[in-house]
Write a protein that binds this ligand. Structure first.
Ligand SMILES: [Zn+2]
Length: 502
């Protein structure tokens, strides 16, 4: 019997064409109307609806799966979600029941869509684009004038990957000052993030006092991960500290901001406005207090709303398919470039191919915690030392024969190449994020380099300059990295020789 799959909350009806080729073997049912299991009657409807299914495909944080709901689904064998992190799933309970929870993440390298959406909201709110557009269409003309961003201060609540990308555009594109706050953020970490964005240290200023951060910012943009600790991280006190001319932008998660306090703040006009892409619950109920045209009138603040669309774009999710017609996807290759060979790690590695020598690179399609296995190294063949080969022992080299060959050197690498266990692992001190370049520290495997080079890895003070194999580097520097046993051995040998020759 064909397994039964329930696909939930696909509002744009994007998924059917992607599952088309499986319909002879798998029975798909689509439920685009979201039920909210926080309400007892809807939870019962949800359980009735999902009881027959062995596989559930959920959309990140649309329908939550608590232990209560999951324990009423005896047939469930596999729970899938979009994204890699879905806090709305009780994954501990799934683990106890032996239900695997699977996720996806295949963001293309380059500017993240949430970052782009954050800027769409900041600019729109600062320049009253949506408000004035509606006014013109009603037959009116100018309202109040917009805010000029240059010289103002952008406050980033959270300085992770997304926050830092928003900050880079603020500095380079609009001449904004950038300050940042998060629990435990130090100036050192802020400088590290600035350098990772190609900006000088000091471009992002860490503010240690949370309320001082809210007092100082002209635009506050929220880029925190939602957890029990960060729930309500923007509360009454923080909103009260904001300038009356300031804007609040939230593209992260609804519950990070205390909704009741924000509604009160905006209804009393205590800040200039808010631009929100995220809510709790989603979709917004029909009677939600956000759904009113009274914003901006009678002393209320301006409010700009989008329906949680920042995370997605057509590139990732495909074009909406309202007719459910059968469309076949074709890959086009431009005539002036030879077709690329098929990828060897299609779910793990995106290869960016450049016609410029040494400018190609590999990017991760997955997010993994520090120290975890990225992939096994397979399909290698013995080789002579060359610029494409990797050293596996004192006198042994191999050719990788896979897309791993596009992993470039960096002095602040994202992965380690363990040529003894034949594994690529995420470095021990930093998580790997989807979209990160896959880079390793060449001297961790190479004693001598076939082609020494001037490093341009952009790791700031951590960059070691000319990279010419472990043989030419100080042991102290090398030991800041994970090293292959053959390199360890040869360093120790060198040290013994140096000690003996004194
Ligand atoms: Zn470097």
């Amino acid at each position: 019997m064909a397994p039964k799959v329930a696909v939930l909350d696909d509002y744009q009806n994007i998924s059917p064409r992607h599952f088309e080729h499986l319909t002879s073997r798998v029975e798909f049912s689509y439920f685009p109307d979201t039920l909210n299991p926080r309400l007892a009657d809807q939870q019962q409807q949800l359980i009735e609806r999902l009881r027959p299914f062995e596989i559930i495909v959920s959309q990140r944080e649309r329908t939550p799966f608590s232990k209560d709901t999951l324990s009423a689904l005896p047939n469930l064998k596999l729970l899938l979600t979009t994204g890699t992190r879905n806090l709305a799933i009780d994954s501990q309970y799934c683990a106890e029941r032996g239900i695997p929870v699977g996720g996806t993440q295949t963001r293309p390298a380059g500017l993240n869509s949430t970052v782009q959406h954050t800027w769409a909201l900041i600019l729109n709110a600062a320049r009253h684009v949506a408000r004035d557009d509606a006014a013109i269409k009603r037959g009116e003309w100018q309202g109040s004038l917009g805010m000029t961003l240059a010289g103002k201060t952008l406050g980033l609540l959270g300085l992770g990957k997304l926050g830092a990308q928003v900050g880079r555009i603020a500095v380079q594109g609009f001449g904004l000052e950038v300050i940042a706050w998060s629990t435990n953020l130090t100036q050192e970490k802020a400088d590290e993030q600035a350098r990772a964005m190609g900006l000088p240290a000091g471009s992002f200023r860490a503010v240690s006092d949370k309320l001082a951060f809210f007092r100082e910012a002209d635009v506050v943009s929220v880029h925190s991960v939602l957890s029990e600790r960060s729930r309500g991280i923007v509360g009454r006190e923080e909103l009260a500290a904001m300038k009356q001319t300031a804007l609040l932008v939230n593209t992260s998660r609804g519950p990070l901001v205390d909704e009741a306090a924000l509604l009160e703040t905006l209804n009393s006009g205590a800040i200039a406005g808010a631009a929100l892409d995220v809510f709790e619950p989603e979709p917004l109920p029909a009677d939600s207090p956000w759904r009113t045209t009274a914003w901006g009138k009678d002393g209320r603040s301006e409010v700009l709303l989008t329906p949680h669309t920042g995370y997605a774009d057509e590139q990732i999710h495909g074009k909406p398919n309202p007719t459910m017609s059968t469309t076949t996807t074709t890959t086009t290759t431009t005539s002036d470039q030879p077709p690329a060979p098929p990828p060897t790690h299609p779910t793990l590695i995106h290869v960016h191919r450049s016609p410029i020598p040494f400018a190609s690179g590999a990017y991760s399609l997955v997010s993994l915690p520090a120290g975890s296995l990225f992939c096994k190294i397979t399909g290698t063949t013995p080789a002579q030392k060359a610029y494409t080969s990797v050293q596996t022992g004192r006198d042994a080299h191999i050719e990788l024969n896979s897309d791993l060959v596009y992993c470039n050197h960096s002095c602040a690498p994202t992965v380690d190449f363990d040529m003894h266990r034949m594994e690529v692992r995420v470095v021990a001190d930093r998580d790997l994020q989807a979209g990160d370049p896959l880079t390793f520290f060449y001297p961790q495997s190479e004693w001598e380099m076939d082609q020494p080079f001037q490093c341009t890895c952009g790791a700031g003070a951590r960059c070691r300059g000319v990279i010419d194999g472990a043989k030419k580097m100080e042991a102290g520097v090398l030991r800041e990295y994970w090293l292959n046993p053959h390199i360890e051995e040869m360093i120790s040998e060198r040290e013994r020789e140096e000690a003996g020759s004194v």
